[in-house]
Design a protein around this ligand. Structure first.
Ligand SMILES: C[S@@+](CC[C@H](N)C(=O)[O-])C[C@H]1O[C@@H](n2cnc3c(N)ncnc32)[C@H](O)[C@@H]1O
Length: 257
């Protein structure tokens, strides 16, 4: 019998994801420190979920602060990399493969004091319906008064720029290797349509050969006003927002009603 290997989005990018992470987010302690203001709101002995953990820098950084951390992601390869990073740093992180929709099957309602969904993840939820379902899953897992910490790219800006190619203007060096990173933005006519981002990482080795890894990712953008309404629908009340339509990214902290 042939074994069926299921490849989900990010399974290819997982291997080269560090070339996509900014210098500031690469060290786990620094990534966690960038959320200092919200981490102050946690009780002692807090339980935290990072539910689109990627390669685990945030989860490992949080665990390094003595927080009890669970890290989940839809991609097997991302979960494996998170577990490897935790081992490398001697951090205690439980890493579980679960999409947002699958979270309630893994954890009791009200388990966590804080849930993180950061680094441009939520746009991978399929349209408004998928987004609300994802937010509802995250909301269920929060205790009353617990908080969802969400960061997002400002899609108002991205859509205004239209379809385009962003070619890195310098090589990114990670693990002693240089790579050029290219983003191809495929902006659909309407907000609610499926959009695509193709990401290619071209690694150049010392002998001059080039190894390209690329993935075509689907995403469904949203306006900030829609996100606010959807958070309310999921039983979350936005408390803090840095949304500014001229800035590339924003943070929204919402509390579970
Ligand atoms: C841009 S990466 C961000 C990763 C990490 N949070 C960071 O800041 O570097 C988006 C992540 O969302 C995950 N993702 C995509 N669809 C998902 C889903 N339905 N449920 C959970 N995670 C998902 C991807 O596998 C990927 O790791």
């Amino acid at each position: 019998m042939t074994e069926v290997v299921v490849v989900t989005d990010y399974d290819v990018l997982a291997d080269v994801y560090e070339w996509l992470i900014s210098d500031a987010k690469l060290p786990p302690a620094e990534f966690a420190a960038s959320f200092e203001d919200v981490l102050r709101l946690l009780p002692s002995n807090a339980h935290v979920l990072d539910c689109s953990c990627g390669t685990g820098q945030l989860a490992v950084g949080l665990a390094g602060r003595g927080i009890q951390v669970v890290a989940t992601d839809a991609s097997d390869a991302m979960v494996r990399r998170t577990a490897e990073l935790a081992e490398e740093f001697g951090a205690s992180v439980r890493a579980v493969r679960a999409s947002w929709e699958e979270l309630p099957g893994h954890f009791e309602d009200g388990t966590f004091d804080m849930v993180f969904c950061v680094g441009n993840s939520l746009h991978h939820a399929e349209g408004a319906r998928g987004r609300v379902a994802a937010l509802e899953s995250m909301s269920r897992l929060l205790r009353p008064g617990g908080r969802l910490v969400l960061t997002s790219r400002t899609w108002e800006l991205v859509r205004a720029r239209g379809s385009r190619l962003d070619i890195g203007d310098r090589l990114v060096r990670r693990n002693g290797r240089d790579a050029l990173v290219v983003y191809r933005w495929d902006i659909a006519p309407n907000w609610e349509d499926e959009h695509h981002i193709e990401i290619a990482i071209a690694q150049v080795d010392a002998a001059g050969s080039v190894l390209v890894r690329s993935e075509l990712l689907s995403c469904w953008p949203y306006r900030y006003e829609e996100l606010e309404v959807e958070l309310h629908r999921a039983g979350l009340r936005p408390e803090v927002s840095t949304f500014d339509r001229e800035a590339e990214n924003y943070l929204v902290v919402s509390s579970k009603v």
